[in-house]
Design a protein around this ligand. Sequence first.
Ligand code: GRF
Length: 198
Amino acid sequence: MGTLSDTVSVPVLGVFISGRGSNFQAIHRAIQSGVLSARIGLVISDRDADGLVYANANNLPCVVCPRSDFSTQADHDAAMLEQCQRAQVNWIVLAGYMRILSAGFLANYPDKVLNIHPSLLPKFKGLHPQRQALAAGESESGCTVHYVIPEVDSGPIILQHRVPIYDGDTEAQLSARILEEEHKAYVAALKIVLGDDE
Ligand code: GRF
């Protein structure tokens, strides 16, 4: 006889990473501890990212899809799309993925692609947002989880977490303070979009 967990389907996440993958790990831990009801169906990286060590250690299916293996971005995105579809992914979670997904890819997952950015968008889009916030003399910053649209760092905002900026903060100190909030914010945002926050 099957168990309840055999019959109840949970959302399947495809997590895209390029680096250490600490947001990915925070999401996985939230799932493991029962805080978030979802399953990671696939981890995709465009390079030999540190986060893959954790994925492998936790027996999560993962695939490395380097851009240099494909002649065009469209081919690269098509290959990743095929991997996601094969893994029956229904939500795409960008967690430090350092490439821009094409409009063609996004069209296959309408309103189902999320990103986290370490600033209070719409402030400080693009690279090094923590450095930008310090240079602008801000007294606070934070992170934003948002839906992904073709225009970078511009989709509808799901939520933001704020942190103070202290006199003399270095970029590394501010980044670490924001990152701690990112881990909570991404889980909270996923609970909202997955309807798991009642
Ligand atoms: C995070 O600061 C995220 O906001 C940004 O890239 C960084 C990725 O960190 N998009 P990690 O790989 O999740 O540790």
